[in-house]
Every structure is written in structure tokens, then in C-alpha cells.
Design a protein around this ligand. Structure first.
Ligand code: GLA
Length: 391
């Protein structure tokens, strides 16, 4: 645990102490398939990755919280007190831990003392691998550990989502926090976002690896476009409810959707809803393919998912489409698609291990030529959910 060792001395320097902090970790996530289905009451199929956020902390005697991120050293130490946890734009990234703190307190868990907390994340920045949910859950397990709160995992996950929705203002679903809170090494999680019933599925890829392809395109407008997609789906649902007694798009099969789509007045909303319904069906099928060892079938579903996100949901764009198309055209690739919210960020590809080096080089050349700058590639290793690191 080299990182931890260095982080400990980093903590001691920043906070001018000789005391040893406790160390917590929360991963980032990829989503294998089931995109923009979570807030539509459908299924998702994400997995936690080994990149994530470390959070090191010591309690203080007073009621002050001091936050420092090694990813934003220029912002220095950001401070707040237990009696003033309101959102402040100037507090920047520290609003995520502040939001967790506020909502954990509001649910009746008593925190009477402050803490010094150092964060370090090795998830590529703004890449759609859920760095924000990772900070939320790292903070959740940290507060839980430091103050013996006995906070159960599912409520903690829901509080993370509440921070996004009510504190930060992004109407995101439950997928990211769930994957990060419940991740399991070498497994993906098939989650029903309506009921939160879930099952773990071993990721057995034989001679293949999952490659994360980062467009390196920052997603500044992601929040607002994301919220727009969500309200388009809500409008489509409300049109369908004129006749159907459903509470979410996730309850419809593709066949039922086709029979009733004329009820959706707006053509664009119809396309958005079509994606949500078909993507949900694909996700259930993908679980079956993966567990029966039909990797090619699984890859085909990934490809269809990307096409639907490109043509019907319209959240891909030049950068993601270039990477994914180049991957589809490359030898030894079983499937490829964008992952996460879209509008930039990352795509994933399932690639034959012996082709990986060659793959990275060729895809990057095509990308540079078409987009004008480099993409970055990582091999995804699937890890555990948020926890304290004690070794
Ligand atoms: C973001 C959100 C998730 C989910 C995905 C799209 O990651 O935080 O809740 O909606 O986009 O599948």
C-alpha cells in the first residue's frame, strides 16, 4: 500500500500533525450496459473499478471540518463548521463532502466533533467514471467509521444520490452510488433501479480485457443536458400514463412500447423513451449472455446500446463516436460503447488481450487525426466497493 503510506505523510504535512490518520477508499465505476435507464426505473449493469478516491481523516477537538484535496492543491484547505453546512459555490469540490455531512446529520446521526480530511483521487478527472459519487461514498464510509454511526450501506448510497440531486443540483439516478457502495471484485452488479433488488454476476472474459477509452473531452454542459434528457423521459412517461397504468418507462417491454408510442406527442421525446425501453431489455439480455459465456452476444448488445445512445438518446458526440467506431472496426474487439452519462467522458471496449497494445496505438492514431488531440487508455480492473483500508 505505497499510496497509503505516502498519503499518510501528505496528511501529516498538510495538517501539521504527527498523528496517524485512518484511511478510507471508494472506487469509481464503469457501466457495462444499461445507460440512462436508472432514473427511468430500469436496470443497469455497472462494476466498481480499482481507480478511486482515498480519504484520510482524524477527528478534531472542536466543531470544524477542514478539507484538502491533492487534486486541487491550488484551492488549499477548505473549512466549514458543523453549524454551517449550506452549499457555497466558493467551496468548490468540498461541497460533496459537506453535502454528505449535512444529510447524514439530518437523518439523525450525531456528529459532535469536526475532522481534518485529506482526499486524493486517481480517477481521471471529469471522465464520467463517477469521481463525484466516489467522493460522496468515500466521505460516507469515513464518517461512518470515524463516528461509529452504524449507517447501513443502502441508506448511505441513497444519501449520496440525495447530495447530487438536492445539494449539487444534478438529477442523477442511483447507479453510480450503488455501484461504488456495493461493488465486488471481479463482478458486475445487475441492479433493478425501481426496487433496488440486485445480483452479482462474475465477469468472465476469457482472453479479453475491458479497455477504458477516455476522450479527454471535459463535460462542462453535462449537468444541464443530463437534466434535459431526464425531463424528456418524464414527459414521455406522463403522455403514456394517459392510457397505461405504469409508474416508469422501465415497466414496458419493447413490444408494449411499439403498441403505445403514438401516445407520446413529441417526436423527440418518443426517441428518448424508445432508448430507455429497449436499453432496459438489452441489459437483461446482456446478463443472460454474460452468465452463459456468450461473449459475442454480449458484445453485440454493447454495440446496439451505443447506436441507440447515438441516434435516439443523442448523448454521444464526435469524440465518443470516433473512439467507438474505430474500436468496432478493429480486429479482436468483441464490443464497444460509451459508458456513463455521455457528452464526452469515456467509452469501453472488450478487446482480445493479445491485441491490446496494438489496439491502443491504432485507435489513438485515428482519434488524433479526427479530433485533434490524444485519447487515453486504461485497463479496467474490477474491484470492491467503498471501505476502510486497514492493512
Ligand atoms: C450518470 C448518472 C447516473 C446515470 C448515468 C447514465 O452517471 O450519475 O445516475 O444516469 O449518468 O446511465
Amino acid at each position: 500500500m505505497n499510496t497509503t503510506f505516502n498519503l499518510t505523510s501528505e496528511f501529516q504535512t498538510i495538517f501539521e500533525t504527527t498523528l496517524t490518520p485512518r484511511t478510507f477508499f471508494a472506487p469509481g465505476r464503469i457501466n457495462l450496459i444499461g445507460e440512462h435507464t436508472d432514473y427511468n426505473g430500469g436496470h443497469v449493469f455497472p462494476a466498481a473499478i480499482s481507480y478511486g478516491t482515498y480519504a484520510l481523516a482524524r477527528e478534531r477537538e472542536d466543531q470544524t471540518f477542514r478539507f484538502y484535496s491533492m487534486n486541487f492543491p491550488e484551492l488549499g484547505i477548505i473549512e466549514c463548521t458543523l453549524s454551517d453546512l449550506a452549499y457555497k459555490e466558493a467551496d468548490n469540490w468540498a461541497n460533496y463532502p459537506k453535502g454528505m455531512l449535512l444529510f447524514i446529520e439530518e437523518t439523525g446521526h450525531e456528529i459532535n466533533q469536526g475532522a481534518d480530511i485529506l482526499y486524493y483521487g486517481n480517477i481521471p478527472n471529469g471522465a464520467g467514471l463517477s469521481s463525484s459519487a466516489s467522493i460522496e461514498l468515500a466521505t460516507g464510509v469515513l464518517l461512518n467509521g470515524l463516528y461509529d454511526l452504524n449507517l447501513e450501506r443502502i441508506p448511505m448510497i441513497r444519501l449520496g444520490q440525495k447530495v447530487e440531486n438536492e445539494y449539487i443540483g444534478v438529477n442523477s439516478g442511483i447507479m453510480d452510488q450503488f455501484a461504488i457502495g456495493m461493488g465486488k471484485k471481479d463482478h458486475a452488479i445487475l441492479l433493478d433501479c425501481q426496487t433496488l433488488e440486485f445480483e452479482y454476476a462474475p465477469i468472465v472474459l476469457d482472453d479479453h480485457a475491458i479497455i477504458i477509452m477516455n476522450t479527454n473531452k471535459q463535460r462542462s454542459l453535462a449537468g444541464s443536458k443530463y437534466n434535459e434528457r431526464r425531463s424528456q423521459c418524464e414527459q414521455a412517461l406522463s403522455d403514456l400514463q394517459q392510457k397505461l397504468s405504469i409508474t416508469s418507462l422501465g415497466e414496458l417491454t419493447p413490444g408494449e412500447f411499439e403498441k403505445n408510442k403514438h401516445l407520446i406527442n413529441d417526436k423527440i421525446n418518443q426517441k428518448r423513451a424508445k432508448h430507455a425501453v429497449y436499453e432496459n431489455a438489452r441489459t437483461l439480455e446482456a446478463l443472460a449472455k454474460l452468465t452463459s459465456g456468450d461473449l459475442n452476444g454480449f458484445g453485440k448488445l454493447m454495440n446496439q446500446s451505443h447506436l441507440s445512445l447515438r441516434d435516439d438518446y443523442e448523448v454521444t458526440g464526435l469524440e465518443l463516436d470516433t473512439l467507438v467506431q474505430a474500436a468496432w472496426d478493429h480486429e479482436g474487439v468483441i464490443g464497444a460503447r460509451m459508458t456513463g452519462a455521455g457528452f464526452g467522458g469515456c467509452a469501453i471496449a472488450v478487446v482480445e488481450k493479445e491485441n491490446v497494445d496494438h489496439f491502443k496505438k491504432n485507435i489513438n492514431e485515428i482519434y488524433r487525426e479526427k479530433v485533434g488531440y490524444e485519447a487515453t487508455f486504461y485497463i479496467a480492473s474490477i474491484g470492491d466497493g467503498a471501505k476502510e483500508i486497514t492493512e
